[in-house]
Design a protein around this ligand. Structure first.
Ligand code: ZN
Ligand code: ZN
Length: 252
């Protein structure tokens, strides 16, 4: 199901129980886009802002899930050009100004409450797709411990845990570590990104064997991070690796 007025009602009605209402009185929920306080019972995003985020719809790339301009093309330019290590993925929204600013506050201003809306949107947009993949474990893309200390939390873990709860799939947040504190990917070109991520991820939990994994992250750009994680997982017997991200840039 795609986000529209009907699904908005679902998000709205999801905020039903008394505990949540009480919590909302003590800590009023703010809109993840405009930051205004949302009236109790109105859900996780204000009415004015729902239309400001752009859900990704078909046609989309069969591999990375980025939107395509024409339905007759199966893969985006990126995925026609290079082979990914992961098997497939979906992103929920276009990475526009509103989403970029929202994710920034989520990550750096400790707006963890936004995860409620983000996870709702992930389930609405991609829940059926995830269920079809018969995932046996959800993994957040790990953050290096230095960055974790600085930020206080891993945004991908917050999303993964919310998603796992909603879908009834176990989340393994300690399955992998990021063992190299890599330079922020956004400053690098594609070749540098791959080099930067070499041996960056390592499996540290060996008592669980997973076959089909869903990786969770906030933004998908070239896929080099997801690929690096997928490579490590597949070298250790995982057969299928998928991903879900909140946002992705541009039509390819
Ligand atoms: Zn708003
Ligand atoms: Zn693609």
């Amino acid at each position: 199901m795609e986000i529209g007025s009907k699904s908005f009602e679902k998000i709205k009605n999801g905020a039903g129980n008394i505990g949540k209402v009480l919590l909302n009185i003590i800590y009023p929920q703010t809109c993840p886009v405009c930051q205004k306080i949302i009236p109790i019972g109105e859900g996780n995003i204000c009415r004015d802002c729902l239309g400001k985020l752009k859900p990704i719809k078909n046609p989309r790339c069969l591999k990375c899930g980025k939107p395509l301009e024409e339905a007759r093309i199966e893969y985006c330019r990126d995925c026609r050009r290079k082979k990914h290590s992961y098997d497939g993925g979906r992103c929920v929204f276009m990475y526009n100004k509103e989403l970029r600013e929202s994710i920034y506050r989520f990550k750096y201003n400790n707006k963890r409450e936004y995860a409620q809306f983000y996870v709702d949107a992930m389930v609405l947009q991609c829940g059926d797709w995830i269920r079809r993949k018969q995932i046996d474990g959800i993994l957040p893309v790990p953050l290096h411990e230095k960055r974790l200390l600085k930020r206080g939390f891993n945004q991908a873990q917050v999303l993964a845990e919310g998603l796992g709860k909603r879908l009834g799939v176990p989340v393994y947040s300690k399955y992998m570590v990021r063992q190299r504190n890599t330079v922020a990917q956004k400053q690098l070109n594609e070749k540098e990104r791959q080099k930067n991520l070499k041996k960056a991820f390592k499996i540290v939990q060996n008592d669980v064997k997973l076959k089909r994994i869903l990786l969770v992250d906030d933004i998908y750009t070239t896929g080099s991070t997801v690929d690096a994680v997928a490579r490590e997982l597949k070298q250790h017997g995982v057969s299928e690796v998928y991903f879900i991200c909140l946002g992705t840039s541009g039509i390819n």
